[in-house]
Design a protein around this ligand. Sequence first.
Ligand SMILES: *Cc1c(COP(=O)(O)O)cnc(C)c1O
Length: 463
Amino acid sequence: MRYVSTRGRAPELGFEEAMLAGLARDGGLYVPETVPQLGPEAFAAMAGLPYEEVALRVLRPFVGDDLPEAELRDAIAQAYAAIAHTARAPMVQLAPGHFLLELFHGPTLAFKDFAMQLIGQLFSRAMQKRQDRITIVGATSGDTGSAAIEAFRGLPRTDVFILFPEGRVSEVQRRQMTTPDEANVHAIAVKGDFDDCQAQVKAMFNDHAFRDEVGLSAVNSINWARVLAQVVYYVTAAVALGAPHRAVDFTVPTGNFGDIFAGNIARRMGLPIGRLVIATNRNDILHRTFATGRHEKEGVEPTMSPSMDIQVSSNFERALFEAYGRDGGAVSQLMDELRDKGGFGVSQGAMEALRETYASGRASEEETRDTIRRIHATTGEILCPHSAVGVKVAEEHLDPARPMVTLATAHPAKFPDAVEAATGLRPGLPKRMADLYDRPERVTPVDNDLVALQDLIRERRTT
Ligand SMILES: *Cc1c(COP(=O)(O)O)cnc(C)c1O
């Protein structure tokens, strides 16, 4: 299996190389040269299988010969043993024809665990094979950093350094990053804000000598392997609802477009998905794009669903690449325009292609709060604010011809204030992490200074 860049001017790579590279050298994102097909019999045969077995069948053709099947099987088993529900991605019914896919039973209570847990295993195995080691560095405003730390803690040949803005992440988020006691985990509290953290990570990647010296790598949301891992739960959910004999719609609370793009890959593999509905909060660049045909940056406004508070949606580039008939030159031009002028118009043909697969909607803060309250009152299910945005938008897109699945992307206990404001109930942490507040914390405060951060990374790396 070969991977090509959305901007058409980077070398084609195999699965493992594309995963280790993250961003392509021409600034583009890697996508598979062709999407492997699974026939109706293959999907039918998945009914009732364990999540791990479906994962193996879905992922194997994308990984190709880069990992022997037994190793891939083992990586999947290790990755998903961390998810505290035997179904891994269980589904509950909210209303006739409307289902909720719970993706929040992982160690950091958000769907990012599904991709991150697997990527940790795959990176560690790739380093073993190459007799090499890797230093993962990332900046976080909370969720991604904790998922990365949980995924890489204790894995051989890896170190993970996560920079977060001191005093500006929630207590649960901070403790999830500072309480793992493995030597290869390094939580760094930077005296600055999230943008400072991100700028420092960027500066480290641009310092090529340093990058090579410590084997720097990133696991951000544009990494193809992260997108790929998320294809699996679209398959398990659709098969549970009758695919391949019945088509299913999905609504996805969306920020960087990684999760919903995984649904598009499932669809192109042959899974009968009717529509993929993009749900945004008031940071609605994607919804506006579908409404107007113009993709235009605006400032970010904070909401109660912070993981969707984005100004640009980085993985949307992958959808544009498909919509423009895989024309890397055209995508490059659009991305230059976005950088230089803050927006671009999508051609009519590309807009038509996008609308064949995707629909969109948005939820205001008031609608989100009201949905949390109403769904709790009518079903007993407690939604996190991100999932509530999804449910509200899904309700506007129900089609009697097909069941709708809304992705529940985080556990309500991760956002207790918003949930309490809506329902009057304060959701508690699951039992397995009830002692989070008692565990000792380990964190290194560092000035917002590149040299100080680089020295720290050199010094702290495990052998
Ligand atoms: C990251 C995240 C999202 C957005 O997912 P994308 O793949 O960036 O579109 C939605 N909800 C939660 C809880 C998240 O952590």
